[in-house]
Design a binder for this molecule. Structure first.
Ligand code: SF4
Length: 435
């Protein structure tokens, strides 16, 4: 076990033993202090991981500090809205992923069950709700939620609002099914109304300069993220432990911040360096890399220890791109922040017809010369799993096999490791037989 893993394990055990919000705040205060953060940062073997961890610790420290207004936001919202309003975003679904990484999901899920949360509800929401019931999350001042892709957020977030006694500060943003000029205006109007109301409740005026600044930073983040994705079109030689499925917090929650820009700039610099190494590598490595099979990953991954990625690597398979890292929105206009954020959300391929998601997957498969696609069918995600058959048929027409891997991103008891290994093995055999 390396030093970073030892530190992480130590933190994990301590949090498991002292499961309360004050203790988490104390840990974040220590970890987030400048000297500790820079020492901790230097233990990471990859720059991408280092900046990801530093950025995540900083925003969490802020959220737990009690010094700033905090807003719960559902994952697919444009979180630039929070940064423009001076609210620290806290993403319960993403934090539910952390509960699995910290080995807390058994407790949070048990708590949710004891409060009658139905077991067919997605475990991201169940675990987050359990964490709310156990009072592990920072107390929100606002809860803003969009009915984009996820059918669970609007309900569980409302229950959270009741639990915290802030139903007056709960906002549900209605995302239209179609993308058009009319729907952009409809959504922009809602974002402006919510923003004005949030400011009124804080005794502030809407600061349009801050909105412009945030949108400009979001554009910078977008342009680095596009560069990262460009490099990855050729990249097969990755930094140790790099996993594109780890970047969901900065991709959503830090869009519109300096940290978001810094993280993606540093990922780009590191991956570009690896691409040069790959291009100058010795013949034997070149030969091996030339035989690497390229996988596109759909939806998310298990956040507890599992052997899926090591199994792929051992068989010379590499996840070269993930659906969650697809930059789907155009450059935003800092002069028109509400319309821009509306357009960003309406451009999400998970919104509207399943054909939008299929088109995006087909495009990614072409751009990354994909050999096979894996859809991790997370328990309870009706939206993602409901489209599996249509995606499979569309990819079949391109002669690209799709593996629907049933499992649970958070609850290891709901995933069968043996079955996953057998199905992965079978899938790789299908791809190998085609070459
Ligand atoms: S996995 Fe699906 S149901 Fe669960 S939070 Fe994500 S979109 Fe919502």
């Amino acid at each position: 076990m390396g030093i970073t893993d030892k530190i992480k394990e130590n933190i994990k055990v301590k949090i498991q033993r002292n499961l309360d919000r004050n203790y988490i705040t104390r840990v974040l205060n220590i970890l987030g202090s400048k000297p500790v953060l820079s020492t901790y940062g230097s233990t990471f073997s990859s720059q991408s991981d280092k900046f990801l961890n530093i950025g995540s610790i900083r925003i969490l420290k802020k959220a737990y500090s009690g010094k700033y207004p905090v807003g719960f936001g559902s994952l697919f919202l444009a979180h630039e809205l929070f940064h423009s309003l001076g609210i620290v975003p806290f993403l319960p679904e993403v934090m539910a992923g952390f509960t699995a990484g910290l080995g807390l999901a058994d407790k949070t899920l048990k708590e949710a069950s004891s409060r009658w949360y139905t077991p067919d509800l997605c475990t991201f929401h169940r675990s987050a709700s359990g964490a709310v019931e156990l009072d592990l999350f920072p107390k929100p001042d606002f809860i803003i939620c969009a009915n984009l892709a996820c059918d669970a957020a609007q309900k569980t977030f409302y229950i959270d609002a009741v639990r915290y006694g802030i139903t007056g500060n709960y906002y549900l943003i209605d995302i239209p099914f179609e993308k058009s000029e009319r729907t952009v205006d409809y959504l922009a109007e809602q974002l402006e109304d919510v923003s004005k109301d949030v400011c009124k409740k804080q005794g502030k005026n809407l600061d349009m300069d801050r909105f412009s600044e945030t949108i400009s930073l979001s554009n910078k983040f977008r342009s680095w993220a596009i560069r990262v994705n460009e490099v990855r079109k050729k990249l097969l030689l990755y930094p140790k432990n790099f996993n594109g499925l780890n970047f969901i917090l900065p991709f959503h929650g830090l869009a519109g911040t300096k940290e978001g820009v810094q993280i993606y700039k540093n990922i780009y610099l590191e991956l570009e360096n690896f691409l040069s190494r790959q291009e100058n590598s010795a013949d034997k490595t070149c030969e091996r890399l030339a035989k690497t099979k390229k996988i596109l990953w759909l939806h998310l991954r298990p956040y507890y220890k599992n052997n899926i990625f090591s199994m792929l690597e051992e068989n010379n398979y590499r996840v070269v791109f993930e659906e969650i890292n697809y930059v789907y929105w155009p450059q935003l206009d800092p002069e028109k922040p509400f319309e821009s954020l509306a357009l960003k959300m309406l451009s999400n391929p998970l919104n509207g017809s399943i054909q939008n998601r299929v088109n995006a997957i087909v495009e990614m498969s072409r751009q990354y010369s994909i050999d096979g696609v894996i859809l991790f069918a997370h328990w309870g995600c009706r939206h993602s799993n409901g489209g599996a058959r249509i995606i499979k048929d569309s990819l079949k027409r391109m002669d690209i096999p799709l593996l629907v891997l049933d499992g649970d991103c958070l609850n290891r008891n709901n995933s069968s490791e043996g079955q996953i290994s057998t199905r992965l093995q079978g899938f790789m055999e299908i791809i190998d037989s085609k070459c």
